[in-house]
Design a protein around this ligand. Sequence first.
Ligand SMILES: Nc1nc2c(c(=O)[nH]1)N[C@H]1C(S)=C(S)[C@@H](COP(=O)(O)OP(=O)(O)OC[C@H]3O[C@@H](n4cnc5c(N)ncnc54)[C@H](O)[C@@H]3O)O[C@H]1N2
Ligand code: MOO
Length: 399
Amino acid sequence: MALSSVEDALEAALRGMTPLGVERVPVAQGAGRVLAEDLSATLTQPPFDSSAMDGYAVRAADVRALPATLALVGTSAAGARFDGILEPGQAVRIFTGAPVPDGADTVVIQEDTETLGNSVLIKEAEAGRHIRPRGQDFMDGDVLLTEGTRLGARAIMLAASMNHAELPVRKKPRVAILSTGDEIVPPGSTPGPDEIVASVSYGIAALVDALGGEPVDLGIAPDEAQALADAIARGADADVLVTIGGASVGDRDLVSGALADAGLELDFAKVAMRPGKPVFAGRLGSARVLGLPGNPVSALVCGLVFLRPMLRALLGESRKDLLQEAVLAAPLAKGGPRQAYHRAVSAFTGDGTRTVRPLPSQDSSLMGALVRADCLIVQPPSSPPVPEGGKVSVLPFPD
Ligand SMILES: Nc1nc2c(c(=O)[nH]1)N[C@H]1C(S)=C(S)[C@@H](COP(=O)(O)OP(=O)(O)OC[C@H]3O[C@@H](n4cnc5c(N)ncnc54)[C@H](O)[C@@H]3O)O[C@H]1N2
Ligand code: MOO
């Protein structure tokens, strides 16, 4: 079977995918979730003209000639405003965040004043300063956060200030993760001489979690048809079923066969990418299936290239991955027939330019090198060699 291009494979995997349903969560639990509706302010912020400093509220006309002595007629504190109207020749003691009294149009910081019993001496002042006008941040009804926004610290803070106790967010995509292989044992075991400790499922679960999904661990299935069929059946109610290993052409690579027996409709199988060639995807009932190669680097690269956009589609997330431009710190040989994802280390020059150096070993089993890298150089198929100083595209790792 001819290899699909990464672009075609991704398009096939995403075809027909629509965002999951909406649920409401307390704003305190909204971090990392994706907004499912536009969010508008339910109040105006600040709700009144407020003081930006501790000092005295005055009329600009009274402090045109300095020094000036004004009569102290009251206090405006945050949460307890001065109710009267400031008359000419008067000042009100005011604190940061407190409402500016009617009649006042300037706040003088206390460092520029001296109190003299029931009056205050204004030594320096600037007309109109230190007042935050009502609605300077936002007005009631303003749409400030849009559907598809992933909620981080800044957006959560804004949503709370807009007086939303609950937020409409997309349901978390449930991603069932199945490790396969007779040789795979859980971390913490004492591996036999031919056994390998499971690592990929943990990396993929961490990726799913970071992307806003909910990983569900289906454990490890041996290379045996019935065990695989049982495990696949347990994952069929997930939004995405990810299988790990058994994707290649060996006699014991039974995963795609077991999925086919379960009724998998393939979207693509084998992609012109390196690493990750054996990756496949399809549909099993209502679940999407992503078959990852067993080699850890291949699996994680395929996770970034395919699983990340799939989860973003299920979350209705508006942010897309943008490849970034970088300058090579070492030459890159001409590209092969598959799109390459070279593990690379970045450095930044004084003007902010990213320079990248591919790691010397690109073997798809090397997890140590994967952690030393901070990005992938994306090299299109059959591209010409790029000399040191030439430009390339990079995909930074999300963590
Ligand atoms: N004749 C060919 N052989 C291979 C081809 C090919 O085209 N023709 N493709 C190679 C490529 S590329 C890859 S990638 C691997 C992928 O093979 P599988 O998906 O079948 O993976 P396995 O054989 O099951 O495992 C490969 C490797 O990864 C280890 N592994 C598997 N699962 C886990 C796990 N959950 N945690 C940690 N490590 C895992 C496994 O022990 C193997 O060492 O095939 C090439 N072969
Ligand atoms: O593509 Mo495999 O994923 O090269 O090791």
